[in-house]
Every structure is written in structure tokens, then in C-alpha cells.
Design a protein around this ligand. Structure first.
Ligand SMILES: [Zn+2]
Length: 447
């Protein structure tokens, strides 16, 4: 390398790495949310943070304990149970699932002893999990693995935004299933009060992240167990792995219901609990306001005729919310929430008739290449974009090239490089994992 190209490289590279550090440092800092610890959140209430993907809580009653959520894998759950056993040897009388996602239910076998506990869940439990399609919508699993970074080497994964890095075991007991861990009792109505081991708890229907979400209110300890309607990150109003539409309106409503309780502790489905009545109040208000804002402002823009691409620029979270540490886009992202609100009300058509029957990607790309003066010019532009650190544009140009010639190794390489650079500056863990996973897939294809 000549000295002048070295200087050019350094000039080009320095701001890139500086930015890279800002995003990755912020995301790395978030990993403190999953330092392994059993936290006492009230006199008889403990939450195990960081041992598994989700939080697992224990309420100690007169003659038994109640477990809220069970973590993702039995191995992690066994370690949690061992920690809980240091605090009490009372039997597990009940398990409550805040919702049906595997990271909250998979560890159940670790908490079921000889005496079979009651297992409580929402009446909609699991109804969104398996779409009623022969064979299932299997591509969701491919996208899910990309979002979680399951195929990335450990050094490329920082965390999952709201959870520590885990790799599900193939074939093994990743998710417990079978009769022993299926719910036995259901929340049929808006709310119900249960009494287990002398402890009175209120279960409240709270659709949001899923339609089978419930929250648990412990009036004695003044603890709220919010499930995944709350964690310390901007909420995942849309998951990029692809999920049924999450009602942003109902999510905001459920946050209102959470805030109605006079709580001194707020235990989210992930990340460390919020402790202290005034702090809980503030956090729930901000969280609600952020979700409500995304909903209301998007509807306002929709009613002006804006398309999703325009709405993501129009809807900007106010600074007093955007600056909060528990609303940083580590897991969910405001832009994806905006698109999800639009999609939930109006579906895929953005309202612009040009888009009713678009040119195929190949037809469009061929015309763009012609305009540019040929595919070679397009390729040169993609290289230039990459050199200028204009990575989104480089990826879009590479997509045109790949539409014309799907197996073009140079185009795949450009796209892989562009995605890798986008990942470096990305504070959102799911987008980061997705970029890096697809970059890896592309590089494997070129080898
Ligand atoms: Zn979760």
C-alpha cells in the first residue's frame, strides 16, 4: 500500500470506526441489563435476571411458591431453580405464563416437581404461534434465526437488545413441551383474582406484543409483572422475523392498565426490574406515551394521505421520550412501529396507484442499468457508494445488480460489505443480527 493510499484509507476509515464505536458501545453497555443476578424486588418476591433469555420470578407464599415465566431452556431454568432453592425449599404450587413465547415457557420442566402445579395462562394462549397452514409458515424460522443471530459466531453477536446471547440446542431439550408443561388454568375474562399458597394475585388481560399477553399484579408486594409489554428498550411493535400484526393501540391501552396499579416495582419480561414507586410511575407513563404517540401521529399522517415511506420521516418521537434510556431502540424501532400501524389499518397498499402493479425487480433494474449506461456503470456506482460509506445506497444498487443477475459474485460481495458496515453503526440488535446474518449467507454463496 502506497503512503498516500494509506492516508486516504485512514481518513476514510477514522470516522467510520468512530461511529461504529458509538453504536456498538451503546449496545454493549446494554448488556449490563443481563448480568446474572437474583434481585429481590419485594419482601417475598425475587426475579432472576440474565440466567436465561427471559426473566423468571418467584413469589414465596405460606406453603409454596409461584413461578412467573420459566425462561427459554431447561438448562438455564435448572440454574435459576438452584438459585431459588437457596432462598426457600417450598414446593412450586403454580406457574404463570405472561404469554406463550418459547423464551418464557421453554424452561418449565425445571420447576415442576412431584406435585403438579397449576399452570396459568391467557385463554388465547399460543393462538398466534402456529399459523393454520399445512406445514406452517416455515420461512419465519429462517428470519427468526437471522434476527436472533443464531448462525453468527459469538464474536459477532453483542446481545439481542433485551436478552443475552444464547444458542438454542439442536434436537435437545431446547423448549420443553408435552402434557406436563401445558397450561391447566386459563384467564377467561378481562381479569381474575387467584389465591395460591396464601398469596392473592390478580391476572389481567393485556394484549399488545401478543394477543395472549397477561400481566400479574401482586398487591401485597406491590409488584407488577408486565410480561413483554415492557422491558428496557423501545418496544418491539413489529418483529422483523415476521409476526401477526401487533395492535399498537391495544398495547398502549394495556400500558394504561398497568399504570393504574399503585406499584413499587415493575418486572418486565426482560432486562432489570424498575424499583421505586415514583420511578415505576414515570417509566410506565413514558412508555405508554411513546407507544400512543407512534399510533396517533401515524394515523394523523395516514389521514393526510402519506405512505409508509413518508410516515417514517413524519413520525419522530419527541425528544423528552426519545432520550430516555428505557426507550432506546435496542430491540424494537420506532420506524417499524410506524409501518406496523399503517399496515394494521390499511394493509400493504400504500395508496399510490403506481404501486398497484409494479414492475418486477428485474424489469426495473434493467431499466435503471440502461439509464446508468449499462450494468458495468451500475457496478461502478455501487463500488463508489461503498467507498463513500454510503452503505444503504450501495446495498440498494447491489439489489438491482442481483435482480438482473442473481448469482453475480461481485454484487453479492458488495451487498455483504454494505450490510456489514450498516451493522457496525446499528444500535438495534435485531437489525444488526439480521444484517450480519444475511452478509454471512451471501459470502458463503460466493465461496
Ligand atoms: Zn420475551
Amino acid at each position: 500500500m502506497h503512503w498516500y493510499s494509506l492516508i486516504a484509507f485512514l481518513l476514510l476509515a477514522t470516522p467510520l470506526f468512530a461511529q461504529e464505536n458509538a453504536a456498538t458501545q451503546k449496545l454493549t453497555e446494554q448488556s449490563k441489563q443481563f448480568d446474572e443476578q437474583v434481585i429481590q424486588v419485594a419482601e417475598n418476591v425475587y426475579t432472576a435476571v440474565g440466567f436465561s433469555v427471559s426473566n423468571v420470578s418467584m413469589i414465596v407464599g405460606d406453603d409454596g411458591v409461584i413461578i412467573i415465566d420459566t425462561g427459554m431452556m431447561v438448562g438455564d431454568a435448572n440454574r435459576i431453580m438452584a438459585e431459588f432453592r437457596k432462598l426457600t425449599d417450598k414446593p412450586v404450587k403454580a406457574i404463570i405464563f405472561t404469554h406463550s413465547h418459547g423464551d418464557h415457557t421453554g424452561g418449565s420442566a425445571a420447576f415442576i416437581g412431584n406435585e403438579r402445579p397449576q399452570i396459568w395462562a391467557h385463554k388465547n394462549y399460543g393462538s398466534e404461534a402456529e399459523p393454520l397452514v399445512a406445514g406452517g409458515v416455515t420461512f419465519q424460522r429462517v428470519r427468526g434465526a437471522r434476527q436472533a443471530g443464531f448462525k453468527l459466531p459469538p464474536e459477532q453477536r453483542i446481545n439481542n437488545g433485551i436478552a443475552p446471547v444464547r444458542y438454542p440446542r439442536r434436537g435437545g431439550q431446547a423448549f420443553a413441551s408435552g402434557d406436563a408443561t401445558r397450561p391447566t388454568h386459563f384467564l377467561e375474562d378481562e381479569r381474575t383474582t387467584i389465591k395460591v399458597a396464601g398469596v392473592e394475585l390478580e391476572l389481567v388481560s393485556s394484549p399488545g406484543e401478543t394477543n395472549d399477553q397477561l400481566f400479574v399484579w401482586d398487591p401485597t408486594g406491590k409488584v407488577l409483572f408486565a410480561g413483554d409489554n415492557f422491558y428496557r428498550s423501545f418496544p418491539n411493535l413489529y418483529a422483523i422475523r415476521g409476526t401477526p400484526n401487533r395492535s399498537v393501540r391495544l398495547w398502549a391501552e394495556s400500558l394504561d392498565k398497568l399504570a393504574d396499579n399503585d406499584a413499587a416495582a415493575l418486572v418486565g419480561g426482560h432486562t432489570r426490574p424498575i424499583l421505586g414507586a415514583s420511578k415505576v410511575k414515570q417509566v410506565l407513563k413514558d412508555y405508554h406515551d411513546a407507544v400512543q404517540f407512534i399510533h396517533d401521529k401515524t394515523v394523523e399522517g395516514m389521514n393526510k394521505g402519506m405512505t409508509p415511506d413518508e410516515l417514517v420521516e413524519y413520525v419522530q418521537l419527541p425528544e423528552n421520550l426519545a432520550s430516555k434510556d428505557y426507550l432506546q431502540p435496542f430491540y424494537g424501532h420506532p420506524e417499524w412501529g410506524v409501518r406496523s400501524v399503517f399496515n394494521g389499518y390499511l394493509g400493504w397498499f400504500d395508496g399510490n396507484p403506481t404501486n398497484l402493479f409494479r414492475l418486477s425487480p428485474k424489469s426495473e433494474a434493467e431499466r435503471v442499468a440502461k439509464l446508468a449506461g449499462g450494468t458495468d456503470k451500475l457496478l461502478a456506482s455501487a463500488h463508489d457508494a461503498l467507498a463513500a460509506d454510503d452503505n444503504q445506497w450501495a446495498a440498494q444498487l447491489a439489489d438491482h445488480l442481483l435482480a438482473i443477475e442473481p448469482g453475480n459474485p461481485t454484487a453479492m460481495q458488495i451487498k455483504a460489505d454494505a450490510l456489514t458496515r450498516l451493522a457496525r453503526n446499528m444500535v438495534n440488535a435485531t437489525a444488526r443480527n439480521y444484517y450480519l446474518s444475511v452478509a454471512r449467507e451471501l459470502r458463503e454463496k460466493t465461496q
